[in-house]
Design a protein around this ligand. Structure first.
Ligand SMILES: Cc1cc2nc3c(=O)[nH]c(=O)nc-3n(C[C@H](O)[C@H](O)[C@H](O)COP(=O)(O)O)c2cc1C
Length: 657
């Protein structure tokens, strides 16, 4: 299925249409405003379309929205390939505000509205990748004041009812009768608010990282009553941006003063960055590298819109956040009664510390008709398990039609409540594939139910964690100088994992030599000598310095017992020598994955020194072992860049009749 989309995305000349408005141009009083953007403002209520070159499209695709994405490799996730933009425009929703919208996918497909987070985060083209572009007509909207909507970061006339009304205007503009509403974090708040206001327009709700904008949720995250206990270092930075004497009155208020510009521009930008970085640094299960964090969350434009608008909504009006009539309004029975019939899937990270799981749980319990998936993740919509659950939901809804929460008929239901949320009837695929999918979905449902009841994780959940570990392991090039506390116990467990690698004839050929400082130094010096010989003394000295800084040294070897490998050759496909080497490589990978699972990075090197005749003596290896590689290990000081290329599953999994 994905191959089809990939070809579609690649093969189609990008007749991509979009209104491009450069914020920098607007900053110059509109003098440099592109023609099409200017006309969009002059003729506000119609669609305004222009062509953008593929290069521009790619740049736009790379841009980040509010959903916590950094430069990551999503090829091995369930996200669909990036579909090209079909059309887009700017809609003047009031005298002051113009809102950018974008359409992807199949114009005749099932309509879906993607509601971004923040508020103030804006959309990115990749938000469309949660939906099968062959089956969905996907609409993205930059809410007031953010993304490409104008005026930039404007707080006037910017409230929840305004945003709800904007969606209605866009729905009418695009002649959409009903649509699926998909939103995470603040996107879930706004999706719920929209559904309460216009339940007849919503075919399904897909919600992630549920946020009900209640005082207690804000206190947990912004006022030092929760998240700060888990992320104390990051909290320190957030706290330090506000003088001590203002702490008592509350951080949202103190930040608000600065973000509204009451203390000048410099204080405004500093507050915007600190606010935004706080959220970015705790959104994932693991803390992102400083570099990735700052690249997105401290970007001045992004941070300003994001922090200003978020703070504005969290301040709200009349002492109630979100411009709701009362705190906890979304959970009131009168509102839930309006949306209970709407098929709803909730995907919630168990370890989400931005929007803690209690809100998803309370919503799910109060609705009584939704399906709740608790994932072993944080908040970000880009953690692989979250992606999987969300795409499962959109796929299932596309397959089942899903216009109403009908009771399951001949199909099956994912949920444990009174009404099934979709059926498999009508889904395309072979019977065997359907059965497999049904089995996987049933396992997923059981896992979600178990998670909700705090039953230990199921095999399915373990599988997901294991897959995430394999997908996230990378060769580490820069290590912290000291090994982390507890590394020896981690190494013991990793070696144990290594000894469980497959090995033909149970030869167990692997050995791991842990080098102490003296042995490591001898290897470093030998290597420096080799480098100096080939590249000169200066290069040798540089290498020596770099290698001496490696915190952990392990030499993986393969036992070459004379009995076993007599007459054996690497060129002989079935030789013991060759099979033993393959087994050792599996063992090394087990070891690296186990260390990675415990937060210890590795680099497997096979530089020339490993095979120098003097290496064995320098490292202290027995005569009958040969080197498979040196494994440096330690705490990563920086995450490597995302690989520029990785073959897709379709390219490497070749089917034959
Ligand atoms: C047998 C083997 C030997 C390797 N030797 C080196 C090496 O000498 N120097 C190096 O920089 N990386 C070495 N690597 C690491 C690879 O370059 C690395 O795995 C590759 O770039 C893919 O990146 P990833 O591990 O982050 O996915 C080796 C990997 C393997 C499997």
């Amino acid at each position: 299925m994905h191959r089809h989309h990939r070809e579609l995305a690649r093969g189609t000349e990008l007749v991509t249409e979009l209104v491009v408005m450069r914020r920098s141009a607007l900053a110059l009083g509109g003098l440099l405003m592109p023609m099409q953007a200017a006309s969009a403002l002059l003729l506000p209520a119609t669609r305004h379309i222009s062509r953008v070159a593929p290069k521009t499209c790619r740049a736009l695709s790379a841009a980040a929205g509010a959903e916590g994405q950094e430069a990551l490799d999503f090829d091995n996730t369930r996200l669909y390939p990036q579909p090209p933009l079909v059309q887009g425009g700017m809609l003047a929703v009031s005298e002051l505000h113009t809102v950018a919208w974008y359409e992807y996918g199949n114009r005749a497909g099932k309509p879906a509205l993607f509601v971004h987070g923040g508020p103030g985060g804006g959309t990115a083209p990749m938000n469309a990748r949660y939906f099968d572009p062959a089956l969905y007509r996907i609409i993205l909207v930059d809410q007031r004041g953010c993304g490409k909507s104008t005026p930039f970061a404007e707080l006037e006339e910017n409230t929840t009812p305004d945003l709800v009304a904007d969606f209605e205007q866009i729905r009418r503009l695009l002649a959409i009768d009903t649509w699926q509403v998909f939103g995470g974090s603040w996107g879930s708040t706004l999706a719920l608010a929209y559904a309460v206001a216009h339940p007849e327009r919503v075919t399904e709700l897909v919600l992630r990282g549920v946020f009900l904008l209640r005082r207690k949720e804000l206190d947990f995250f912004y006022e030092g009553k929760g998240t700060n206990y888990l992320f104390p270092e990051q909290w320190e930075e957030y706290k330090a941006a506000i003088p001590e004497e203002e702490h008592g009155a509350g951080f949202i208020q103190a930040y608000g003063k600065r973000l509204r510009g009451e203390l000048g521009q410099e204080a405004q930008l500093a507050a915007a960055k600190a606010w935004s970085v706080w959220e970015g640094s705790v959104s994932r299960l693991s803390v992102p590298s400083r570099q990735a964090l700052l690249a997105k969350w401290a970007d001045a434009d992004f941070a300003l819109a994001f922090a200003r608008i978020e703070n504005h909504y969290f301040t709200g009006a009349n002492g109630v956040a979100g411009f709701f009539p009362r705190d906890g309004w979304l959970l009131e029975e009168a509102n839930l009664a309006r949306i209970r019939h709407i098929p709803t899937v909730i995907v919630q990270g168990r370890y989400d510390v931005v929007c803690p799981a209690v809100s998803a749980y309370e919503l799910h319990s109060a609705l009584g008709t939704s399906t709740l998936h608790m994932t072993t993740t944080g908040h970000s919509s880009f953690e692989p398990e979250i992606i999987q659950r969300l795409v499962d939901a959109t796929d299932a809804y596309a397959a089942g039609g899903g216009t109403a929460a009908a009771a399951p008929e001949d199909g099956w239901s994912l949920r444990g409540g009174s009404s099934g949320y979709h059926r498999m009837a009508g889904r395309r695929g072979t019977p065997a594939a359907l059965a497999r999918e049904a089995e996987a979905a049933a396992a997923a449902a059981a896992a979600a139910a178990a998670a909700a009841l705090r039953i230990p994780p199921s095999a399915q959940e373990y599988a997901s964690v294991l897959q995430q570990l394999m997908l996230s392991r990378r060769t580490i090039n820069a290590f912290e100088p000291e090994l982390p506390v507890g590394w020896e116990a981690s190494l013991q467990r990793a070696v144990r994992a290594a000894t469980h690698a497959p090995n033909h004839k149970r030869t167990e050929p692997w050995r791991f030599h842990l080098l102490g400082p003296a042995a490591a130094a001898r290897v470093c010096e030998l290597n420096a000598e080799l480098v100096a010989e080939s590249k000169g003394a200066e290069a040798g000295a540089k290498k020596l310095k770099r290698w001496l800084a490696m915190p952990g040294w392990l030499v993986a070897t393969c036992v070459r017992s004379s009995m076993r490998s007599a007459g054996s050759s690497m060129d002989e496909p079935t030789s013991i020598l060759r099979e033993d080497y393959a087994a050792c490589c599996c063992a090394v990978q087990n070891l690296c994955l186990s260390l990675h699972a415990e937060g210890i990075g590795t680099k497997w090197t096979t530089g020339a020194v490993n095979f120098d005749p003097r290496f064995g003596a320098a490292a202290g290896l027995p005569e009958d072992e040969y080197v498979v590689g040196t494994i440096w290990f330690g705490e990563a000081a920086a995450q490597p860049d995302a690989p520029t290329k990785r073959l897709s599953v379709e390219e490497v999994l070749i089917r034959h009749d």
